[in-house]
Design a protein around this ligand. Structure first.
Ligand SMILES: [Zn+2]
Length: 213
């Protein structure tokens, strides 16, 4: 199977898995993955992550010009911003996942580091997650906001909208996204309770061991 055929199948499988677990409803959410020739596969506009046809996934040039398949998601500026500013990026996942969106709305969420240090895994897989402001759907300024981070963050949370995660390949991006949503869920579940999170020395040891900041 060619690299392109395999990646088309993988995008559809991961998308369905995320959709089936209720992590992005309706026709929300999108996934992209970059191939070794620099061109990009991305889920089409208006498509549901639960019902993708691998053959209809959009194919874009390295500078995001439509080459084939259905028309791409309107949220393409989010994806291109990560590819352009974080060179190891091989895939980008964006969801409208409930607990992450809830966390983005809470007024005491730290906008520079939205996930409280509850478990090691969000720190290992995501580092600090930045809260970005609210944008109208499809506003290209979303991409400008990601570019403004100059590749320093692998994950952002769009206020009242949802998270975006970049990683070296598709499975790494999906797994990091799942960690983001699970940590947001834990933060909501333990909110107001006397929960014991990680202390600074534990966080420092994780950052030193796993090279995330
Ligand atoms: Zn969205």
């Amino acid at each position: 199977m060619s690299e392109e055929s395999r990646l088309r199948e993988e995008i559809a499988l991961f998308a369905k898995s995320l959709f089936d677990r209720g992590l992005t409803p309706g026709s929300s959410g999108n996934i992209s993955a970059r191939m070794s020739d620099g061109t990009v596969l991305v889920t089409p506009t208006g498509s549901s992550m639960g019902f993708l046809d691998p053959a209809r996934i959009s194919h874009l040039s390295a500078d995001m010009v439509h080459l084939g398949g259905d028309l791409p998601t309107k949220e393409i500026p989010l994806h291109s911003a990560f590819y352009d500013t974080r060179k190891p990026t091989g895939a980008v996942v964006h969801l409208h996942s409930t607990h992450s969106v809830a966390l983005s709305m809470l007024t005491d969420t730290d906008p520079d580091d939205v996930l409280p240090p509850l478990t090691p895994y969000s720190i290992m897989k995501l580092g600090k997650v930045k809260l970005l402001p609210f944008f109208l759907p499809g506003d290209p300024a979303m991409g400008d906001a990601v570019r403004g981070l100059a590749g320093q963050r692998s994950a952002v949370l769009l206020a009242n909208h949802g998270p975006v995660v970049a990683a070296k390949d598709l499975s790494a991006a999906v797994f990091a996204m799942e960690e983001l949503e699970e940590t947001a869920k834990l933060a909501i579940l333990t909110r107001g309770l006397p929960a014991r999170g990680l202390v600074q020395s534990q966080i420092d040891a994780l950052v030193a061991r796993f090279d995330k900041t």
